[in-house]
Each structure stands twice: as C-alpha cells, then as structure tokens.
Ligand binder design. Structure first.
Ligand SMILES: C[S@@+](CC[C@H](N)C(=O)[O-])C[C@H]1O[C@@H](n2cnc3c(N)ncnc32)[C@H](O)[C@@H]1O
Length: 492
C-alpha cells in the first residue's frame, strides 16, 4: 500500500486543498472545475482521447488519486471508440508514471519554471510525454498540445507552442547523459525519481535495479485466485475454457501456487459466465506473489488460532481461509485487525461474500496490540505490513512520484513497531509471518535483521520458507509483483 492513503480524513483534506487550489487557479485565469474534479474546457480542436487524458491526469494530480480508478470513471465509462479509450489510457498512465521527468524536461524549456502554472503544465505534460517517451511526430504532438493548452487557458496557447517547439528541439539530447554510466540519466530513461533510482541501485545492484526499473513500466499481468470455499479449480477452468479463455497455472519463484492462474486476456472478465464467478465469490483478482505468501502463512499443520494484522480489505484473509480449506479441509479460527474502521467494514462484507469465517474483525492500532488484545496469544500471527509498495508500481504507476525518503523511513518505523508488538502475541512454538509488497532493503531483509536483533525478536528464530530464508519475488517480464515474506518461530 502507498503510505497514508485512503483514509477518509485524507480524502477530506485533499478535497479542501483542491477547493483552495481551485479558488487560487481561478484567480490566475484557470478553467472552471466541476465537483467531480473534471474541467469545463474552452473551445479547442484537441482529440477526445487527449482531452480525456488531460482530465484524468489533472484529477490524479489534484486529488492524489490512483490513475486506474480515475480512468475507470473518466475513460472506461465514456462513449469514445475503443481505440480512443486505449489511447487515452496509454497517455494517462504514461503521464502519471513519467510525471517528474516530464516536469524536468518542461522546466529545461522554460526561462523561469514558474512560467507555466499547473493547469497549463497538465496540458504540456501530455504532449511532452508523446514527444519524449512515445517518439511521436512533432507536427501532431505539438499541434495537439497547443489545442490542449487552449482547452485549459486560451490565452496561453502561444506560450504552449513556444515551449513544445523547444522541447522538440531538445529531444535528441534526452536522457541528457549516458544511462550506462550516469544514474540520473538512467532514472530519466525509466522515469523514476533520481533519489529512488540511487537507492534501488544500492539495494539491488545495478543489473537487477535496471530490470526492476524497466519492468515497472510494463502493464501488470492479471492473476486470479480460485476461492476453495466456494468453487473447485476444475469448475473455474471449465468456465474459462467455455469462453475460449485459457487459464495458465502459475509458478512463483519455481513454486506452484494452488488455485492461482494467469489470465492472458483480461477482457474475458466481463463475459457473463466469468462475471458470475466473481459475483458468486468463486474467484478473486490477486497478484500471484500475494497468493504465494498467503498460502505460506499457515505452515504444514493447521494452527489452532490465527491473528492477521494489517488485514486491510481482506484479500489475504480470504486467501488464507481458502488455503486452509484446500489443505486441511476446514477453515482456521481467524481474528483480523486493521487500523481503519472503514477497511474493517469492507473486510467483513467481503469475507461474508466469499464465505470466509472470521472469529472477530477488530479495529485497532497494531503498534500497540495489547490495547486491543490484552495478553491473548495465537498459534500463528501474520503481519501484512504497511510499506512503500514499490513492488506494485505496474498497478499504481503514480506512487513513485508521491513517495519520498521520509515516507519510507516513517512507514518502516510503523512496520517495525507492528512486528515487535505482534511478537508479544505469539504462543511458545508459534509462527510469526511478516510480509511486504516492496523491494527496499530497510523494509525487507533489513527489517528481519533489525527484528531478530531487537528485544522482541530475541525470542524468535528465522524459519525457512520453501527451503529458503525468506520469500523474495523479483520483477521480470510477465512476472508477478515483487513481494517479500519471512517467517519466525517463537522459541520455547
Ligand atoms: C499491505 S496493506 C494490507 C493489505 C491486506 N492485508 C490485503 O491483503 O488486502 C497494510 C495494512 O496495514 C494497515 N495499517 C497501517 N498501519 C497500521 C497500524 N498502525 N495498525 C493496524 N493496521 C495498520 C493499513 O490500513 C493497511 O490496510
């Protein structure tokens, strides 16, 4: 998860910021904005796909929203042709993922970076993306860019024209250095913040970091999990093959994950028979690495009680119960906990819909679990920790520009405190499983080391998973997301 997102307070705060920005930009001659965040454009000749991308990227910027969610409301539900919807999606995701680099390029073309206020920048980013990252013909990209500027601020079209021509003249110099020797140029090529690129190279080594950066810009593959609480694998495979869609079993790090399948054609999910599998709670969408980790939480023997900390909206809760059903023939006694009441509400609804039993679903701060649990202990405690989410950038391309070093440190502190607090609630001989969906050393291997060296961790030993010290899935072409998990056993 991206740090600190999705709370109602945060949304309210963002709306307030947006109202203020709207008032400020209006004074500066900006366009009228509707309540849903869309802009009322001035007369222009920009193509529908580019205008839609402008709406999406502006809303993502102003509301700090996830691009995929805005695309669903602005693009997917529009009456544009399929080709236009695809182009609008390509532009929207491209712009939000390359945001900081586009701004750097635009700034290089400006005498003073403040010369283009934020609404005009939204328009310029689209054409700059087309020129720099899509290698589009200058004629079309610049003409359309000027129209986008006109749609936002008719008086700024001359400025827009001048800036885009300057960018076109400098594009041969991009990435302004040799990516093989200059880390800032490497960051620009793959559109990552420079500090993050340096950190990834330090943590992973140059070769793995370059693969990670490259693959993070690919479209995310689609995986489903068969919910063994409601369906069999055979039934689901048959339903897909009746729709002419093959399901491929998935190996993650060379290990088979029961009930996990790759879907090669995402469009098939809206087919009647497949949509019904979702409605009936027989399948759910979940990354294959997340499915692998959920299937390793319970260990070889059915535990008498399980506590899941950081349960969120309950995807892994459902997967854990589905795994218990598959392997032990019945569900486990499971208590879940999350900080946010609205997530716990969603978890309860989803658990019911998917047939997953909950002994309890608690709201509480897991850095101080004793305030909610007293001295209760469990045979297995699973901490699905909040993290920087860098392993999931293909699904949330915009978050790389929202995270900073301080966020990563802060979320790491929360995660460490959750792990130490959870350790107090593991029975003697019990399991403590820790997982993240990120790749930084401090949040993964460094966290394991830090925990084992801490007073809370001194009573635990690292227990291998599938013969390895931990699960660490790496990004590669077509691979699942990069996740991490480690398992500790409480010494007697
Ligand atoms: C990686 S996400 C969980 C994803 C979830 N397990 C799933 O499978 O859908 C981490 C979760 O930790 C929760 N969290 C963050 N800080 C917390 C805290 N101090 N106490 C309890 N939960 C917290 C977040 O609300 C978030 O839902």
């Amino acid at each position: 998860m991206a740090p600190g997102r999705n709370t109602r307070e945060k949304l309210e705060e963002l709306r307030e910021v947006e109202r203020e920005k709207r008032a400020g930009e209006k004074k500066g001659g900006g366009p009228d904005t509707n309540e849903d965040g869309t802009v009322r454009f001035y007369k222009n000749a920009a193509s529908p796909a580019r205008l839609a991308a402008l709406q999406v990227t502006r809303i993502v910027r102003m509301r700090e929203a996830y691009a995929q969610e805005v695309i669903e409301t602005v693009v997917d539900s529009s009456d544009m042709s399929e080709a236009d919807r695809a182009f609008a999606t390509l532009l929207s995701l491209g712009v939000v993922s390359t945001y900081g680099v586009l701004d750097e390029v635009i700034n290089r073309a400006l005498d003073r970076p403040a010369d283009a206020f934020s609404d005009v920048r939204d328009a310029l980013r689209i054409s700059t993306y087309e020129l720099i990252f899509l290698g589009k013909q200058p004629h079309a990209a610049i003409d359309q860019g000027v129209e986008l500027v006109r749609a936002i601020s008719p008086s700024a079209h001359g400025l827009g024209n001048a800036i885009l021509h300057r960018i076109e003249r400098m594009r041969g110099e991009f990435p302004f250095g040799d990516p093989n020797t200059d880390i800032d140029a490497l960051a620009r090529v793959y559109a990552f913040p420079k500090w993050m690129t340096r950190r990834l190279v330090e943590d992973m080594g140059a070769k793995d970091a370059a693969t990670f950066l490259r693959v993070s810009n690919d479209p995310a593959p689609l995986f489903i999990a068969v919910n063994a609480l409601k369906a069999t694998d055979g039934e689901v495979i048959e339903a897909f093959s009746a729709c002419d869609a093959a399901l491929t079993p998935v190996l993650v790090n060379g290990t088979a994950v029961a009930g996990c399948f790759h879907v090669s054609n995402p469009r098939v999910l809206v087919e009647g028979a497949i949509a019904r599998l979702f409605e009936d709670g027989k399948i759910l969408v979940s990354d294959a690495s997340a499915q692998l980790i959920a299937s390793r939480v319970l260990g070889d023997e059915k535990p008498a009680s399980v506590l899941e900390v950081g349960a969120g909206r309950g995807t892994k809760t459902i997967l854990i119960q589905s795994d218990a059903q598959r392997r032990f023939g019945s569900q486990v006694d499971l208590t879940s906990l999350d900080l946010h009441e609205f997530k716990v509400g969603l978890l309860r609804d989803r658990a019911r819909a998917y047939g997953a039993d909950l002994s309890d679903a608690l709201v509480g701060n897991a850095t101080r679990l004793e305030t909610v649990l007293g001295d209760r202990t469990f045979a297995t405690v699973f901490v699905d920790a909040p993290c920087s989410g860098l392993g999931t950038l293909r699904r949330h391309p915009e978050i790389r520009w929202r995270i900073n070093k301080e966020n990563i440190d802060a979320v790491g502190e929360t995660s460490f405190a959750m792990l130490c607090s959870a350790a107090e609630h593991v029975e003697e001989g019990g399991r403590l499983v820790f997982s993240t969906c990120t790749v930084t050393y401090d949040e993964n291997t460094g966290m394991v080391k830090r925990f084992l060296e801490s007073p809370a961790g001194s009573r635990f030993a690292l227990a291998p998973i599938d013969g390895a010290p931990c699960i660490s899935t790496k990004l590669d072409e077509g691979s699942p997301d990069a996740h991490f998990a480690a398992c500790f056993v409480r010494k007697g």
